[in-house]
Ligand binder design. Structure first.
Ligand code: GN1
Ligand code: MG
Length: 361
């Protein structure tokens, strides 16, 4: 057991002595531990990845602002009784995070008992619930002024910039790595114009800016035993964006039939029933909110977001795996190859996706 982590836990406002820690590794960015106290309560300790989030005060300001806004919705009974909001536990000094002598930053959350995360949906009911939760998240934040938030990561879903980053990483990569990604690089360059369309529209202000979550993978939702989506987590990238980011990124992990890093690329397919169920759930809370231009272009979002993610994984592979946590050499390349397969499936099914969206209007 790591004494240092328990010492950190003691700095937070928890009613009894922390005694046990268990690391969980579902996220690719921060370090996360479940903390158990002598009296059996649980908390989540997180070390903030400062390479990814250098502006910790800005990040924590966003978290505080967004969770307070959502909590206000609960107090007005705008939420269903089982729905929970991520809750920060302050330090004993009353701050939202602790910076230690090594400049490492730590924060703590209340643990929501009886819940778990899933990397893949078990059925269409779960996909529909996920849709409802992420669509509801955008709708709950529609009356929060975007100007109250800082931008935690600039150009996060900016495809043109991601493509530049990819080209730079490729130029700077060792020859051997370059040679091994010829097929993937060709794929990215063949497809870039097609996917830049949505990027251009967002940049030119032709699509409304909303507060979006921006990291809507399925495992950023907590589900209870009845498979209801209880809580939206991982709020670090909440910032102004377009609805396409959340719709598209969610389908990347929700509608593919295999994990994000599966070895067998032939197992990667798109499950249109999961996609339909997610879309139903997502659009319901946004009924009456979306602009016709958003509805007209939403079908482009799944391939756009998956393409952007493929580029990010490939860039990190070329740059020597400095961003995403990896479990083995080539892990990011594997992830990029899976995303490429998903993009192909999404492109091939673009008409059907459009039909599904249209049928739900
Ligand atoms: C990261 O933190 P996590 O694992 O939920 C990443 C997302 C990617 C995702 C890919 C801040 O999310 O943008 O889509 O990995 N978060 C950040 O699985 O870069
Ligand atoms: Mg996460």
């Amino acid at each position: 057991m790591d004494g240092k982590h328990l010492d950190i836990c003691r700095l937070f406002e928890i009613p009894s002595e922390p005694v046990r820690l268990e690391r969980i590794d579902t996220g690719h960015i921060h370090g996360t531990w479940i903390v158990e106290t002598g009296t059996g309560e649980k908390y989540l300790l997180q070390e903030i990845n400062r390479l990814v989030f250098p502006d910790v005060p800005g990040l924590m300001h966003n978290l505080r602002t967004v969770t307070a806004h959502l909590q206000h919705k609960v107090s007005l009974s705008f939420k269903l009784p089982f729905q929970k909001i991520l809750t920060l536990i302050p330090t004993k000094e009353g701050t939202d995070w602790h910076e230690d002598t090594d400049r490492r930053c730590w924060r703590m959350y209340a643990y929501i008992p009886g819940t778990q995360t899933y990397d893949r949906p078990t059925d269409t009911a779960m996909a529909r619930e996920a849709g409802r939760a992420f669509g509801g998240f955008i709708s709950d934040l529609a009356d929060l002024n975007p100007a109250t938030l800082t931008i935690p990561i600039h150009r996060f879903h900016d495809l043109a910039w991601r493509l530049e980053q990819l080209d730079r990483a490729y130029e700077e990569a060792p020859q051997q790595r370059k040679a091994a990604v010829t097929e993937e690089m060709n794929f990215m360059h063949e497809r870039r114009e097609r996917h830049l369309l949505l990027d251009h529209m967002a940049r030119e202000g032709r699509l409304p800016q909303r507060i979006t979550h921006n990291d809507t993978k399925l495992n950023n939702l907590l589900f209870d035993a009845a498979c209801r989506a209880v809580c939206v987590i991982d709020l670090d990238t909440v910032m102004p964006g377009i609805v396409h980011y959340d719709y598209g990124d969610a389908l990347r992990t929700l509608a593919g039939t295999a994990p994000e890093d599966v070895r067998d690329l032939d197992s990667v397919r798109l499950d249109m029933e999961l996609l339909r169920a997610f879309t139903e759930g997502f659009l319901a809370p946004l009924q009456g909110t979306l602009h016709p231009d958003e509805k007209e272009t939403l079908h482009l979002a799944p391939a756009f977001m998956t393409f952007t993610q493929a580029i990010r994984f490939l860039t990190d592979h070329l740059a020597g795996d400095t961003y995403y946590r990896t479990a083995y050499p080539g892990h990011n390349l594997q992830r990029a190859q899976v995303q490429i397969r998903v993009v192909e499936e999404m492109e091939n099914n673009e008409k059907t996706i459009r039909q599904i969206i249209d049928d739900l209007q």
